[in-house]
Design a protein around this ligand. Structure first.
Ligand code: FAD
Length: 214
């Protein structure tokens, strides 16, 4: 069954095996919101409907077969599936996530311990832009909810990573690294992945600044 569209026109449908697939406003599966595995599984579930064209969600039935058709075929075609030569074309939710975390943790790791006002303002803009612009809409929405929760708690001084507000993250490199770790942990938790100790700056620096830890 298809959900009602969100503010951006994205809908979620659930396949027969229970996988959730996000459909963009154009009626096509959103690559930045779904794993290739989920897209392929939905494609298999679409069965004979897979070859037919279905260009808009409005004109599609609520079943995966009705929803996908040509759009699914395009999203999982050889030109866009994972292989050494075609990886990231365009990135799926996992590739996009890894690249984004690489960027965010690396920015935090190279951020000054005593940043200028301009540097603080730039990092604040970047972090605040994520819930608005991150290409995976449901990821962005969850991040916004995390930011809102942080804004509603009273933090100690210095704040713990898990309660740190965005505005506190830009005060220093240490806080930026701990904050980035903590918002990453929020996603790890939702996905059932191990969480990191974000108060352990030594480990964070080893992974994101000095090298060595994978
Ligand atoms: P990743 O989680 O991408 O991690 C990459 C590397 O970072 C790891 O190998 C590890 O060395 C290091 N690392 C892991 N955790 C931490 C930490 N806490 N602190 C520091 N370093 C760490 N995917 C979804 O399916 N649903 C979502 O809602 C979702 N929301 C996201 C929100 C944002 C803002 C971003 C950037 C990504 C989101 N993702 C989401 C993608 C998801 O976080 C992963 O990137 C993706 O699942 C690939 O995971 P991975 O196991 O390869 O490693």
């Amino acid at each position: 069954k298809a959900s009602a569209p969100d503010a951006r026109g994205n809908r979620t449908i659930v396949t027969e095996s229970g996988k959730k697939i996000v459909i963009g406003p154009d009626g096509k599966p959103c690559k930045a919101c779904n794993t290739r595995l989920a897209l392929r599984e939905a494609m298999r579930g679409a069965g004979s409907g897979a070859g037919k064209s279905s260009s808009s969600a409005a004109s599609s039935s609520a079943s995966p077969a009705g929803f996908f058709g040509g759009a699914m075929a395009a999203a999982t075609s050889p030109s866009s599936t994972s292989s050494a030569s075609t990886l990231s074309c365009p990135p799926d939710v996992e590739e996009l996530g890894r690249s984004s975390w690489d960027l965010l943790h690396s920015i935090a790791a190279t951020y000054p311990e005593k940043p200028s006002e301009a540097e603080q303002s730039a990092l604040l803009s970047l972090l605040k832009a994520l819930p608005i612009l991150y290409p995976c809409r449901h990821c962005a929405q969850a991040l916004q909810e995390d930011y809102t929760r942080r804004d509603s708690v009273t933090t100690a001084s210095p704040p713990s990573a898990d309660d740190m507000k965005v505005s506190e993250a830009v005060i220093s490199k240490s806080q930026a690294m701990r904050f980035t770790c903590s918002i990453h942990n929020e996603v790890n938790e939702r996905l059932g992945k191990p969480k990191w100790d974000c108060e352990d700056l030594r480990k964070l620096k080893e992974r994101w600044e000095d090298g060595g830890q994978k």
